[in-house]
Ligand binder design. Structure first.
Ligand code: ADP
Ligand code: MG
Length: 246
């Protein structure tokens, strides 16, 4: 393996006495798609929360591009190149698609410089348009977010994550609640985004995962029970027992 983009070493996370993650160790190579799968409550979203700085781990370390991120505040993660989408849609319903992305671009920028002049406004608009274009929403910028189709709202959420130009994008159940057609569009979008960034995604649709992923990591009761190629995971008897129900 070349130098990994992201490594997690012995990550644990407790909520009171409850252990949501324990002993999670993994390394992620740049420009690969890794699916994180496992039954409900396995700790997938908690792992994403830890990897995106939303929650500090109770134990263990995270290194990104060789830098120790453990204990780094959440807002720093985006600036270092890690962005995410949430399992629950996380956009402003009353704002237009363009405004949603622009607000994100402005929030991202103002960490560097709170003085925004006319030139910066143009720059923010251009950034917002580029992000909308990247997710196929260029023609829908003026649409109020709540009137976008469900699949378009999920794509908008990804556009919001893209304004930080992340090297690592974490997608938590990007096709949740989608029918076959919207799922197909989302798969095409993820494939496109994967050309020049590293993607971790939580997903339940096995067929989609097998077609899209370079690698699959399986969580069960907060622990990694398997980690390997889609072929290896499909053949893994423990995975078949706890997850695929076979
Ligand atoms: P998954 O995404 O795999 O379905 P989660 O990571 O959301 O699972 O949750 C793993 C376990 O941790 C669940 O039992 C959940 O109830 C618990 N959990 C997650 N977040 C919290 C929290 N903020 N406080 C208490 N318990 C939590
Ligand atoms: Mg979850």
């Amino acid at each position: 393996m070349s130098t990994p983009l992201l490594t997690v070493d012995n990550i644990g996370r407790r909520f009171g006495g409850f252990i949501a993650l324990e002993g999670v160790t993994a390394a992620f190579e740049a420009n690969k798609v890794t699916a994180v799968i496992g039954p409900n409550g396995a700790g997938k979203s908690t792992l994403f929360n830890v990897l995106s700085g939303v929650l500090p781990p109770s134990t263990g370390t995270i290194h990104f591009r060789g830098q120790n991120l453990t204990g780094t505040p959440q807002h720093r993660f985006a600036h270092l190149g890690i962005s995410r989408s949430y399992q629950i849609t996380n956009i402003f319903p009353e704002l237009s698609a363009h405004e949603n992305v622009r607000v994100a671009a402005q929030a991202f920028r103002s960490r560097y410089n709170i003085l925004i002049n006319r030139a910066h406004l143009g720059e923010l608009d251009a950034k917002a348009e580029a992000a909308l274009d990247a997710v196929g929403l260029a023609a829908k910028g003026a649409r109020t977010a709540k009137f976008l189709a469900h699949g378009e709202q999920r794509a908008l959420e990804i556009a919001v994550a893209l304004v930080a130009n992340p090297a690592l994008l974490l997608l938590d159940e990007p096709t949740a609640g989608m029918g076959p057609e919207e799922t197909r569009d989302m798969v095409a979008l993820i494939e496109k985004l994967a050309r020049d960034r590293t993607i971790l995604l939580v997903e339940h649709k096995m067929k989609m995962i097998l077609g899209l992923s370079d690698r699959i990591l399986v969580l069960h009761h907060g622990r990694v029970i398997a980690d390997g190629s889609p072929q290896a995971i499909q053949a893994d008897t423990e995975v078949r027992r706890v997850y695929l129900g076979q």
